[in-house]
Design a protein around this ligand. Structure first.
Ligand code: MG
Ligand code: MG
Ligand code: MG
Length: 307
């Protein structure tokens, strides 16, 4: 049996069984030390898988830190320290300088620091970040309760449109197109939500693979049914313009587009905070599965091995 036959998530389940660990399977692993909760997570970016050599290295450095911070935030925590393992060919040193200046800018923005790492030679560039954060209260994917509302931060689908635009390699991009590209190359982890998530969220996940697949993780782990209303899913003006221009369906981008790094979370309606850009997109109910306007929703997001 090949990995592609069970997919990324099937493989994670097998590894979880081999290691017989209960801590595997959330955005971060919560570790208790001296009655404090620390969060551990790791995420990597690999050339030709997550980025192309022609991308600005500063942006790659920014993004690899951001995607790890995003997992810490979705667990209700703040980022503290990171280790960076870099594997790369014999490139110009200036490339690595630029990559690390992006890493440094991101760490300053998020309030964390790189405290070590590893270097190895390889055919392609691979950047692996291990991150540690801390939390007052660990928020998992498993705490959603029937009666909660389902929320997302920001707008969805922008990063997928940005990636497509970037791969067009056009000479000239319009203003709204540049904004979408920026959403793909320089996503910002939602540290402005840390307090809110940590205080009020019953369950939370960051949207790295796409709403249609990430919502299933909350549904499966919380053993609840999620009912999403299609017309409530927040779409940006830029994505509307993009879809109009190319004859595409923005909802499709919002559902299947990965790498938005927005937050999907649940809590009672009276915890809604009008000062944050959150939208109620549906309800948490008794039952199982994820439904879109009453129809079972199939996961269409990113799976490393099923593509
Ligand atoms: Mg995550
Ligand atoms: Mg990860
Ligand atoms: Mg992640």
């Amino acid at each position: 049996m090949r990995i592609s036959q069970i997919g990324e998530f099937g493989l994670i389940e097998r590894l979880k069984n081999i290691l017989s660990s209960q801590l595997i399977g959330d955005d971060t692993a919560p570790i208790q030390i001296d009655s404090k909760t620390f969060l551990l997570t790791t995420d990597s970016m690999i050339e030709d898988r997550h980025f192309k050599r022609f991308y600005p290295p500063q942006a790659i450095g920014w993004k690899v830190i951001s995607i790890n911070v995003s997992d810490v935030v979705s667990s209700g925590g703040t980022p503290l320290y990171a280790l960076v393992s870099l594997a790369l060919p014999d490139l110009e040193v200036s490339y690595v300088d630029a990559l690390y200046s992006g890493i440094k800018t991101a760490c300053e923005f998020y309030g964390c620091q790189v405290v070590g790492g590893n270097l190895a030679k390889s055919e392609k560039i691979s950047i692996d970040v291990f991150m540690m954060g801390k939390a007052e209260r660990f928020v998992s994917r498993a705490g959603a309760r029937p009666g909660d509302k389902l929320y997302v931060s920001g707008t969805l689908g922008d990063a997928k449109a940005g990636l497509e635009l970037l791969l067009f390699e056009k000479k000239h991009y319009e203003e709204f197109e540049l904004k979408l590209i920026e959403r793909h190359t320089r996503p910002t982890a939602r540290i402005d939500y840390i307090k809110h998530i940590s205080k009020y969220a019953n369950a939370c996940i960051d949207l790295s693979d796409g709403l249609s697949s990430d919502a299933w993780h909350i549904s499966n782990m919380s053993r609840v049914r999620l009912s999403i209303k299609k017309d409530k899913i927040p779409i940006s003006q830029e994505l509307y313009l993009f879809c109009k221009k190319h004859g595409k369906d923005p909802t499709q981008y919002a559902l299947s587009g990965g790498e938005d790094y927005q937050l999907l979370f649940t809590h009672p309606k009276d915890r809604y905070n009008p000062f944050l850009d959150m939208t109620i997109i549906g309800d948490v109910e008794e039952g199982t599965g994820v439904y879109l306007n009453g129809e079972l929703m199939h996961p269409e997001g990113f799976d490393h091995f099923k593509l």
